[in-house]
Design a binder for this molecule. Structure first.
Ligand code: FAD
Length: 335
């Protein structure tokens, strides 16, 4: 186990806020978990993290952040059409996606270049460009902290929803995700329904999953701020899901984008609501709303977590006031 004391969270989170954790402990082998849970550190506050790309620390963290660094990818089963792959929690997500493509295992390419670890991918059911990871997860193996036993969650037991799962919600903090099993395709089927991806590839025919991967990486590099340059955690808010009746009422005054979810509810664009409230590109102190991507709050350098949170709350208040919609935060805020 590697331990860093008084660790700057600039190095452990992509927001790069100015805060410290009492210690960060890195787990490279699963058996080190047992050492951790037998140690004095487990009797004080602790939290499991991956690459910190979905976290906002508002204050210093008085306790231990446990970073999963376990590695390993194996093929567990296959037939002509499908292949079952297990990856350890500490594998980097984008490296894993590239590895699957190199092996001729398809499905994850639309989720290219999402920061973070494989072990975090089920937590908020990561998704992008028309795909969600829930559609590929077969099982999640996790360590149950209370019983100190390893157990498995089948896909339907993970209670996946839009940027949500049982691990972010009902059972938050009760399990350590150790390994995720993915059911992928051995046949190169592509999903280019998403407008941006379709446009980027529209002159091509016989489009391959590798081309989809490259297109998504390019779009993301153009659209999203690089956390190495400008601290951020991707989309700060979730797109709100509202009753269709509410959308129809709002439509009388605003020409809003709408994505049907069912006969009764639809999804609106949080970025559009934030932009209409005049927040896109605005900056308060060292925190701001990205000029090209209103959903992304950024740390222009030296921002505290509190500054970012204050900005987020002001945006929430304005959107609520103007549209009657309370935006949910997608980022995990640790107070
Ligand atoms: C530039 C940028 C773009 C992004 N784009 C997208 C996007 O397109 N789609 C998307 O869905 N997300 C996106 N995100 C958010 C983020 O990348 C994902 O949420 C990612 O899965 C977080 O992984 P992480 O390893 O950094 O997790 P962390 O931020 O370290 O942790 C996230 C949560 O998971 C928990 N957790 C982590 N590891 C474990 C474990 N082993 N066991 C139990 N709990 C654990 C943590 O306690 C925390 O609650 C983006 C972020 C950035 C910075």
């Amino acid at each position: 186990m590697k331990i860093e004391k008084h660790a700057s969270l600039k190095h452990y989170t992509t927001f790069g806020v100015d805060a410290f954790a009492d210690r960060v402990l890195e787990i490279e082998h699963e058996n080190e978990l047992y050492d951790f849970f037998s140690s004095e550190y487990a009797r004080q506050p602790y939290m499991f993290i991956g690459d910190g790309s979905n976290l906002l620390f508002v204050n210093d963290y008085h306790g231990t952040l446990v970073k999963m660094q376990t590695k390993g990818i194996i093929k567990k089963d296959e037939n002509k059409e499908k292949v079952l792959i297990a990856a350890k929690a500490g594998e980097e997500w984008d490296e894993f996606v590239r590895y699957t493509l190199q092996q001729g295992w398809y499905g994850l390419e639309n989720m290219a270049y999402i920061p973070g670890k494989v072990g975090s991918s089920p937590v908020q059911n990561i998704g992008a460009y028309g795909c969600e990871v829930k559609d590929f997860i077969y099982k999640v193996h996790a360590y149950e902290i209370a019983s100190r036993r390893v157990c498995s969650f089948a896909n339907d037991e993970c209670e996946f929803a839009y940027r949500n799962s049982v691990f972010k919600n009902r059972l938050k903090g009760q399990y350590v995700i150790l390994e995720v099993e993915f059911m992928l395709s051995q046949c190169p089927v592509v999903n280019i329904q998403y407008e941006d991806v379709k446009k980027r590839l529209e002159n091509g025919f016989d489009i391959t999953p590798e081309q989809v991967y490259e297109a998504v990486v390019q779009i993301r590099k153009e659209k999203l701020p690089d956390p190495q340059q400008t601290g951020n955690a991707g989309s700060f808010f979730k797109n709100p899901i509202v009753p269709l009746s509410q959308y129809l009422q709002l439509k009388q005054d605003h020409d809003l984008k709408m994505y049907p979810v069912s006969d009764e509810v639809c999804k609106l664009s949080a970025a559009e609501l934030i932009t209409l409230c005049g927040w896109r590109g605005r900056r308060i102190g060292n925190a701001g709303v990205h000029p090209n991507q209103a959903l992304v709050l950024v740390n222009y350098g030296g921002a505290t977590g509190q500054e970012v949170l204050n900005l987020a709350k002001q945006i929430q208040m304005d959107v609520k006031h103007q549209f009657g919609i309370m935006l949910d935060m997608e980022v995990n805020v640790i107070q």
